[in-house]
Each structure stands twice: as structure tokens, then as C-alpha cells.
Design a protein around this ligand. Structure first.
Ligand code: SF4
Length: 280
């Protein structure tokens, strides 16, 4: 985990879960897997048959956001996928209890497994179980007081938790966005990174209830990075602008795969955030 992130749209990362297994084309050059092999945190490929050994829960990290006093945007599980089926509902309850108590932060969750996310968050028993777990993660008398208040009236969906899905192609956008739109969430967002082809978001952008609030676009970087074209980005940006959806153009890559952050598109930066962000 890191209190300072190089990811342009967040401030910090928090990894109570580490490890994952690949699900689609966007995973082909997964930076989390490459980094984990480089540092010896993992020894087998991130495939489904090795998932039980590669997906690990780190209970000692659960209270990290409760110790960070300054409000920040926190990308949850930059080195994993919270909704992996190796993560039990009990572990999810604990992680969500920590997020519920650390309400001074904004938590940003991103997944390629929105089916599990929808199932867990749409269950009416989920907020009840999370509320029951608050005292287990409380660190201070202030947390205990807040836990008691939350147990009386538990806000659901949590207003400071943003839910996102990764969609790298039109096919995956079509498969994953409906799950996101059918999940209770204060803020819903897409990360189209690595963007691997043209994408038309207009079928979903028009929604005004249970809507999309934010779209991030970025190119793949690193060795063997697959190219991205401006002609794919512009229609996404224009759809967002027409439907009051914040648009964030995160990165380009050079021909040899080097990352270029804060890129321009048509002569300007596009680093918008959803209007409700308490920190931006
Ligand atoms: S879902 Fe994300 S973390 Fe998991 S393998 Fe794919 S790119 Fe890596």
C-alpha cells in the first residue's frame, strides 16, 4: 500500500487483498502481476488454477485508512480485484466496515468482476453485516462513537465509496456496465484502460437515474504496450461532455511503451472529477 500514488486520479492506494487471476484482454499485461513477480510477492502465473495461492488477505492492513487522518482519495486494491471469488463475504464485510468508519476519505473501487459486486452490494443483509462488524475495526474512542451512530442509521449506499468497472473494449463495456448500473452506489465510474478499440458509451450515458458519473481513459504502457488512437478517445469524451459525465484522460504511451501522464487531447488537459468529490 502507498500513501502517495503515481496513479493520476487517486491520492493513495490500499491493498488489504493482494493477487488476482486474469479475466480478459485488459489483463494481458497486468502491471500488478508483473510487479509481484519482480519483487517475489508471487511465484506462479495469475491464472485461475493458481488463484487460491495468489489471492491473499492481509488483515494487518485493514486499519490503514483509519490511521490516515488527512482526507484523500484511496484506490482500493490496486494490486488485486476486491470482488475476486477467492475473497469471502466475511473478508468483504471487514473491508467495507473499515471504509464505513473511515468516512473522511473517498474510496475508489475498480473491478472486472461486476457480477460479484452487484450480488454482494444488492443483498439487503450486506449493510446489516457490515454494521455488525464496525466495532471490530474501530481503533479509537472516536471510532467507537461513530460506530454506535452508524449502527443506529447506516447510510446505504455509502456516500464516500465510488464503484467502478474496467472495460477495455466495446464487448466488455456491454457485458459489464449493466451490472454496475444495477448496483447501489453513490458514484459509478468506468476505467477504459487500456483502451483497446473504439467504444460507444451512448447507450448508457443517457441514464439520469442510477447513472454513470465518471469515465477514465488511458493507454497501455510498458513493454509490448498495445497502441491507442485519439480517434477512439474523442467520441468517449464527447459523449461524456454531452451527458454531464466527468471525463479524465489519464495517460498516453510513447511508441516504445513509456508512460506519458497529464496528456493533452485537442490542446487541453482533461482531468475532471465527479462533482460530489469531497477532495476534488
Ligand atoms: S483483473 Fe486487474 S488485477 Fe486482476 S489480473 Fe486483471 S488487470 Fe490484473
Amino acid at each position: 500500500m502507498s500513501d502517495h500514488s503515481k496513479i493520476a486520479w487517486t491520492d493513495a492506494t490500499w491493498n488489504p487483498i493482494h493477487g488476482c487471476s486474469r479475466v480478459s484482454e485488459g489483463c494481458e499485461h497486468c502491471y500488478a502481476e508483473a510487479l509481484s513477480h519482480r519483487y517475489g510477492w508471487t511465484t506462479t502465473p495469475w491464472t485461475a488454477i493458481h488463484a487460491a495461492e495468489n489471492v491473499t488477505f492481509h488483515p494487518e492492513r485493514v486499519d490503514q485508512p483509519l490511521r490516515w487522518r488527512t482526507p484523500r482519495r484511496i484506490f482500493v486494491n490496486s494490486m488485486s480485484d476486491l470482488w475476486h471469488d477467492q475473497v469471502s463475504d466475511e473478508i468483504l464485510d471487514t473491508i467495507w466496515a473499515a471504509m464505513a468508519l473511515a468516512s473522511h476519505h473517498t474510496f475508489q473501487l475498480l473491478t472486472k468482476r461486476p457480477e460479484r459486486m452487484q450480488r454482494y452490494l444488492s443483498d439487503p443483509q450486506t449493510p446489516v453485516r457490515i454494521a455488525d462488524r464496525l466495532l471490530q475495526v474501530a481503533l479509537s474512542p472516536n471510532h467507537i462513537r461513530l460506530a454506535a451512530l452508524l449502527q443506529q442509521t447506516f447510510p446505504w449506499p455509502l456516500p464516500h465509496v465510488w464503484l467502478g468497472i474496467s472495460c477495455e473494449t466495446q464487448r466488455w463495456a456491454t457485458m459489464r456496465i449493466p451490472f454496475l448500473l444495477n448496483t447501489p452506489a453513490a458514484i459509478r465510474f468506468l476505467s477504459c484502460e487500456p483502451l483497446l478499440g473504439p467504444m460507444d458509451l451512448s447507450p448508457w450515458a443517457q441514464r439520469t437515474v442510477a447513472r454513470l458519473h465518471w469515465v477514465i481513459v488511458g493507454a497501455e504502457s510498458g513493454p509490448h504496450a498495445r497502441p491507442m488512437e485519439d480517434a477512439w478517445i474523442r467520441p468517449i469524451r464527447d459523449t461524456c461532455q454531452s451527458h454531464d459525465i466527468a471525463f479524465f484522460f489519464k495517460q498516453r504511451a510513447t511508441a516504445d511503451g513509456h508512460k506519458l501522464i497529464h496528456p493533452l487531447l485537442d490542446g487541453r488537459l482533461w482531468e475532471q472529477y465527479p462533482a460530489v468529490s469531497p477532495t476534488g
